[in-house]
Design a binder for this molecule. Structure first.
Ligand code: G3I
Length: 437
């Protein structure tokens, strides 16, 4: 039998022993701060109409680091008449969030529900054009302000088919989802672009259909950065919840829990299990609950949230907070992010101008920190870009933006990479500005 020596602190000190006591890191006391310890966010859906409710706003400002507009950025709200855009509700939610140091998930650009009446009555190429215009207009309005967009919401059918849901959106052609992602990327290159759905919380026919789509998108270079798992659950998290998140992460996308609410008597345990699953998957970058108090929930009478109707913390709250504080591996991120990167970057241009045309070569130089990606914006007042290389471009004249391609986003501190473009007219007066992404 071996004896394990036990020594008191005093005895150890008397012997001159070095006693290393690793004090537990002091636990964070809010959801947002607890999630931030592992580089994650903790968010909630917010309704603009509740921003005058002081209890609601106090909890929002104290606990959450990410905000999703519950309804205000949807198609019926933002484009009630064709070509007439209304951002009042969405801006209200966004400005409240940003003004209080939070980031915003955009929800949702294209969804078969909450289509405005005029769009419900469209089909075919006319609808496709309206859909793409909607994506472009809304992402342009919010350009640079959205952490991640739910570009397409709930496009897959329930049940065993693993296929697409029928809708007028789907009937415009099977490529409508990738067309939407490409349009969103062109308009706001800094936002992460997500596909979002429900009943996808385990390995099942529906989630596998989505998995196959994401794998295909990644293989063909369709710009997708993340998959949202709504997670409207009852009583339990599925036993393969974490494994399901992980299989998507293994495709090279981030995963986010986007609309979490859980009913039933096992609620606190289930909330803890979902949170631990996200913490255990590196690419799970954050969790959003679908409302603050039980009385704010769309699931009337089911009390599925973390705060009761009076705003008091429930057992489910504590289960989530404890799971966040227990830590886990930090998340991995894709290079497309609008998180500010310390160190920054600079861009300088050298111009070869001739009568009627020009070639501009732009040097992007990393600051004191290595770049993971970069974005260069410039104004071209008297010329038009006809082609560009070593970058992704949005725009041809006026405001033109370039972002890195796969092979030149990573630039070591202090070092440079180049891209270029050519055009007709004049390229003089270019003053490119660089943002690390
Ligand atoms: O604002 C009007 C109000 O003026 C009117 O008097 C009242 C009468 O019904 O309706 C109000 O609008 C309602 C709106 O919520 C705001 O409360 C709509 O009828 C109602 O349909 C709408 O429900 C929203 C639902 O999406 C629409 O499908 C819920 O708030 C919202 O939580 C819910 O969120 C969805 C996600 O976007 C996608 N995933 C599922 C999730 C739950 O359904």
């Amino acid at each position: 039998m071996s004896l394990v020596p036990i020594m008191s602190t005093a005895a150890a000190a008397a012997l001159g022993a070095v006693l290393v006591v690793s004090a537990p890191a002091s636990a964070a006391t809010t959801l947002g701060a607890a999630a931030a310890q592992s580089g994650r966010y903790f968010g909630t859906a917010v309704a603009a109409g509740k921003l005058n409710d002081q209890t609601y706003v106090n909890i929002l400002n104290t606990e959450f680091s990410m905000v999703t507009a519950e309804n205000e950025m949807k198609w019926d709200a933002t484009e009630p008449n064709r070509g007439q855009f209304n951002y009042s509700g969405g801006d209200r939610v966004l400005n409240q969030a940003v003004g209080n140091g939070k980031r915003v998930r955009g929800h949702a650009l294209l969804w078969h529900q909450q289509e405005p009446g005029w769009a419900q009555r469209l089909e075919g190429s006319d609808l496709r054009q309206a859909m793409m215009n909607h994506v472009t207009q809304v992402t342009t309005h919010y350009r640079g302000k959205i952490y991640a967009w739910d570009v397409v919401n709930e496009a897959f059918a329930d049940g065993g088919s693993g296929g697409r849901r029928d809708s007028n959106l789907q009937r415009t052609g099977n490529d409508w989802i990738e067309a939407a992602f490409r349009a969103a990327r062109a308009a706001d290159p800094a936002a992460k672009l997500c596909y979002n759905d429900y009943n996808t919380d385990s390995v099942n026919a529906k989630s596998t259909g989505i998995y196959n789509m994401v794998r295909d998108f990644k293989a063909r270079g369709v710009p997708i950065d993340c998959v949202g798992f709504q997670s409207h659950l009852s009583n339990n998290a599925p036993s393969d919840y974490q494994a399901n998140l992980q299989r998507f992460a293994d495709l090279g996308v981030e995963v986010q829990i986007t609309e979490l609410d859980i009913s039933g008597s096992n609620q606190a345990n289930a909330y803890g299990a979902v949170t631990r699953a996200c913490m255990a998957v590196r690419a799970c970058t954050g969790i959003t609950v679908w409302g603050i108090r039980d009385t704010d929930s769309w699931r009337t009478g089911e009390n599925p949230l973390l705060f009761n109707g009076s705003g008091a913390k429930k057992a489910a709250y504590t289960a989530v907070l404890d799971a966040l504080n227990a830590g886990g591996p930090g998340p991995t991120t894709t290079t497309t992010t609008n998180d500010p990167v310390p160190g920054g970057c600079t861009a300088s241009v050298s111009l070869n101008q001739w009568d009627g045309g020009f070639v501009a070569t732009v040097e992007v130089t990393a600051g004191s920190t290595a770049l993971r990606g970069w974005r260069v914006a410039t104004t071209l007042s008297n010329g038009t870009v006809t082609s560009s290389w070593s970058s992704n471009r949005s725009g041809t004249s006026g405001s033109v933006t370039f972002t890195n391609v796969d092979y030149n986003g990573a630039v070591p501190a202090g070092q440079s990479t180049e891209f270029g473009f050519q055009g007709t007219g004049s390229g003089s007066g270019l003053t490119p500005s660089c943002t690390a992404t």
